[in-house]
Design a protein around this ligand. Sequence first.
Ligand SMILES: [Zn+2]
Length: 77
Amino acid sequence: MALMCRKKDPIWINIDDPTKKFTLHHQCRFTENIKETPYKSVNTLKRDGGWLQVDSLRVAEKLYENSYSNYSFANHC
Ligand SMILES: [Zn+2]
């Protein structure tokens, strides 16, 4: 049996409803300062959206296609 090497590649998605933006981040000054705010949440969505962590780019792209295809897509880092 082949040894499976699972590469962990977490991605943060910043979903911003007011500006209709779907932005991917790996690690940068934004991801280091992710926190709950009155209108944005972490790993859930509030009035203005939120930050969601997913395991791979594939999952992020699927989410975008299924739910946010009318948003602008950006790769921040
Ligand atoms: Zn970034």
